[in-house]
Ligand binder design. Sequence first.
Ligand code: BYC
Length: 319
Amino acid sequence: MDNHNNIHSLEAKFEAKIDSEIKIEPKDWMPESYRKTLIRQISQHAHSEVVGMLPEGNWILRAPSLRRKVALLAKVQDEAGHGLYLYSAAETLGISREELYQQLLTGKAKYSSIFNYPTLSWADIGAIGWLVDGAAIMNQVMLTRTSYGPYARAMVRICKEESFHQRQGYEILISLSRGNAEQKKMLQDAMDRWWWPALMMFGPHDSASTHSEQSIKWKIKRKSNDELRQDFIDATVLQANYLGVNIPDPKLKWNEERGHYDFGDIDWEEFWNVVNGNGPCNKQRIKDRKKAYEGGEWVREAAMAHAEKRAKRKEEKVA
Ligand code: BYC
């Protein structure tokens, strides 16, 4: 078979697997652009998890009780774990964790826009759990069925943990909603600041989304950015009503005909500004990740030295 025919048959086999819902595994042939799209999406997701530890980590020492502190600590640790599962999944596509991490630290790689906003009060920790993890789950449940095996399997575990995160956030807000006037004010203020950035997490409108069409064909994504955003709004309005909190969107209104909530325009200028590195905390986030990376140098060195020593001892035994 000549080279051209060979590629053609590999492509046909790949397409057939996608069509019949058979997962693509690391050693299977895949188009280069499929591999690149996955590395981009999975690593952006991994970076989002490890950068996402920062705004909440900021509140661990200030959590209002031991119970709140333990729950928040566990959540932030889970996020480190999610980062690790995802970097590992990306590594199966032939790129090293070190290279991916350098892309983050040099500002070359993207991570979710949401983590470039500050956490100003304890209510923000509730709002992050409820809205940010809520949005993340909406997007990630679809990813448990993504076509690349290692990514899909990582997402199953991540989604289980994300539901705990969402509930711990909502529970913080329930307590505030039953509190005094000042606590209710904190809750509303957090809602006012996190609502729109949470909607932006789903990415640009479908008409402006560069990757969606191809990613949906490859079954990397199963739903479009706008579909997921709508699902999230429909589910969240009821939860906001239960909290007695106002959603800061005068255009939000149930549309009987569509069977969905209509909502106002997203400020896309703000979105792209944040994505392109100019949000309120972008510089601080990268600075903090660099500091953590440099501070961990001795751990990496010690771990490598230990691994090398063990390998040498093993070699000596064999000899
Ligand atoms: N922020 O063609 P599009 C979490 C970029 S949750 C920054 O629609 P795609 C967590 C996009 O990368 C958050 N950039 O892209 C929760 C692309 O740029 P490039 C992480 C964004 O990939 C709680 C360009 O805009 N979740 O981790 O088809 C606590 C055009 O977009 C954003 C995931 O990453 C954004 N919001 O769809 C702790 C889930 N939106 O790459 C942690 C997996 C878009 O061409 N990812 N861009 O330079 C996905 O599902 C998809 O990548 C997205 C975007 C839906 C996010």
